[in-house]
Design a protein around this ligand. Structure first.
Ligand code: KG4
Ligand code: ZN
Length: 358
């Protein structure tokens, strides 16, 4: 499709990178006019984690009805849209392919451009959907089930990764520690709920890499420290409820101290006063309030998406698609699905010189 024929207008967004099937419409005149989501949590719960094959099949069944519902609530017909945006990666390959083939197919049928969207870029732009949206530039703390990173966001499409996790992502650590404590899937929110009732100071847990210079994270040592405590405490009798609560609280506090310490260091080095927190772990209420207080003390502001847009959703995909259209990113008729897709490779795509490879 020729760039000249691309018009700015309502964009349909599709998200199927993991275990949420979601569709939304962002209209530049009216804002977010539809957002539909079906969570597969119940489907995967009995397996204790996401089963990729089941996820793909379920996306295939849910997606088209959600597209219908989103268009209905946006009061639009497909051909009245300006583009179809879909998450092209990173994520589970089979799950991504469902959204990608559907997105490209609908775009072809409606004679619209199809826009492949980077899932992590969509997460970091999610706070721009809120009334008190941050201005560029800002520092982004992206903390999800698959990623933990600090990103210097100079402008739309200009991202410099300042630090990342060396091993587990923050959300992954929440999920693994939840499993150690015998909590049901999905672990992160269950662990957070338990932690809110516990004493964070009872167990002395490490703050990984906080004392070391640099902006990288590491969470696997913290997970191992919790595992050793669980072993020690359950040597003679099963872990009691108080132990579980206090371990959960100690773990959550250690993650928060680490994320907060590194974020403050990154604000120092970039000279920025705006911090954006996004991704599933950004839904953690204690993290939100700790960072808010830390920014107040420092003289800056912290921005979050509303809780439901911290975890996977299509509103952020539709919005990123709209921004891509405005920025003249090249649409592509190829079905793009990249299970691994480093965020800093977007720079090339933004110039329109190179579109992402599948
Ligand atoms: O962004 P997201 O929905 O999916 C990925 O792109 O990974 O993030 C999911 C992650 C999971 O690891 C989940 O346990 C974690 O976010 N999470 C939380 C909370 N809500 C979700 N972690 C801590 N506290 C929460 N309240
Ligand atoms: Zn995500």
């Amino acid at each position: 499709m020729e760039l000249q024929s691309v018009k700015a207008g309502p964009v349909l967004g599709i998200e199927t990178s993991c275990d949420e099937t979601a569709v939304a419409v962002y209209d530049p005149g009216r804002g977010l006019v539809a957002h539909e989501l079906f969570s597969q949590v119940d489907l995967h719960a009995r397996y204790g984690g996401v089963v990729p094959e089941l996820a793909s099949r379920d996306h295939g069944q849910r997606l088209i009805p959600l597209v219908d519902a989103a268009l209905k609530s946006a009061e639009l017909k497909g051909p009245e849209l300006a583009a179809v945006a879909y998450t092209a990666g990173p994520g589970l390959i089979g799950a991504l392919l469902v959204g990608a083939t559907t997105g490209v197919g609908l775009a072809m049928a409606w004679d619209l451009p199809a826009l492949p969207v980077h899932h992590m870029e969509a997460h970091l732009l999610a706070p721009l959907l809120e009334a008190d949206a941050p201005e560029f530039p800002f520092l982004a703390l992206l903390v999800s089930g698959g990623h933990s990173m600090l990103v210097d966001v100079e402008d739309f499409g200009r991202y410099r990764i300042l630090g990342e996790t060396q091993d587990d992502a923050a959300g992954e650590a929440f999920d693994k520690v939840a499993k150690l404590l015998g909590l049901p899937y999905p672990g992160g929110p269950a662990l957070a709920a338990l932690a809110d009732q516990g004493d964070p100071a009872r167990f002395d847990l490490p703050r990984p890499m906080l004392k070391r210079p640099g902006l990288d994270f590491s969470f696997s040592g913290l997970k191992t420290a919790v595992m050793l405590k669980v072993k020690e405490l359950s040597d003679e009798q099963p872990l009691n409820e108080r132990d579980k609560r206090d371990l959960a609280a100690g773990f959550q506090q250690a993650v928060i101290d680490t994320l907060s310490g590194k974020s403050m260091r990154a604000l120092e080095s970039t000279g920025y006063s705006r911090l954006v927190v996004a991704g599933g772990v950004g839904a953690n209420r204690q993290l939100r309030s700790s960072l808010r207080e830390a920014l107040e003390r420092r003289g800056g502001s912290v921005y979050y998406p509303r809780i439901e847009f911290c975890t996977d959703n299509a509103a952020m995909v539709a919005y990123t698609g709209y921004r891509s259209l405005l920025a003249g990113r090249a649409p592509s008729g190829d079905v793009q699905a990249r299970p691994r897709w480093p965020l800093d490779e977007l720079q090339a795509a933004n110039t329109g010189n190179e579109s992402p490879r599948s």
